[in-house]
Design a protein around this ligand. Structure first.
Ligand code: GRF
Length: 227
């Protein structure tokens, strides 16, 4: 019986990479089957997520928009996003660095799934256009339409502590990426009850635990769709 080709996942990170680690562990322990993370890309060279990837022999690449714009006078953030997206496509074979080094490189490969795991960069429509039919999901620590954008956990915490959070709960979601920030169709949503007097750090800790669960669940769902 011919072995099914492993589905390729490209993960984009900007920070500690604990959500990337959750995906690495889920693949290692078989929770996510017949898949491999073929590339981790960061827009911050100091991202610990790159260290986690290297520890697991996963190809890494990084390029900050500031650095790229500095080297490409007159180019725009949309131009950067196109290069980043082509690097993502090349990530299906762990070859993102070649693309990031020179944007002349076209690539015919494409991963089965792109996961934005704490990727602190708003991707433009041009990024999605280059990705085409390649599915892309994003982790966002809030409920659909509640706290789009940055510092979602802090904004939910502040709202709750000042009795302005409807229903007294926040949450975490993984959604399909569309041009509008944090507005794509949710794949997995998990509510998190807020607690009176709880510190922001304690809430963040509870939220991160949920993130690590649902990023794996959402990845499984997306891969099953393209089975
Ligand atoms: C997560 O809270 C994510 O929602 C936010 O940044 C954090 C990423 O954490 N954007 P990590 O880099 O996966 O540890």
């Amino acid at each position: 019986m011919t072995e099914r080709k492993k589905r390729s996942i490209v993960v984009l990170v900007s920070g500690s990479g604990s959500n990337l680690q959750a995906l690495i562990d889920a693949i290692d322990n078989g929770v996510i089957s017949n898949a491999q993370i073929t590339q981790v890309i960061s827009n911050r060279k100091a991202a610990y997520g790159l260290v986690r990837a290297k520890k697991h022999n996963i190809a890494t690449a990084n390029l900050s928009m500031k650095t790229w714009l500095g080297k490409n006078e007159g180019k725009t953030r949309q131009d950067y996003d196109c290069v980043l997206a082509r690097a993502v496509l090349a990530g299906a074979e762990g070859k993102s660095s070649a693309v990031l080094g020179s944007d002349a490189t076209q690539c015919s490969t494409r991963p089965d799934l792109v996961v934005l795991a704490g990727f602190m960069h708003i991707v433009s429509p041009e990024f999605l256009q280059v990705l085409g039919d390649t599915p892309c999901i994003n982790l966002h620590p809030a409920l659909p339409g509640q706290f789009d954008g940055i510092e979602a956990i802090k904004r939910a915490h502040d709202a709750f502590q000042s009795s302005q959070l409807e229903g007294g709960k926040t949450g975490v979601m993984v959604h399909e990426v569309v041009a509008e920030v944090d507005r794509g169709t949710p794949v997995v949503v998990r509510e998190v009850e807020c607690k009176q007097g709880e510190s922001l750090e304690a809430l963040e800790e509870r939220i991160h635990i949920v993130e690590h669960q649902i990023i794996v669940e959402a990845t499984k769902i997306m891969l099953e769709r393209t089975q």
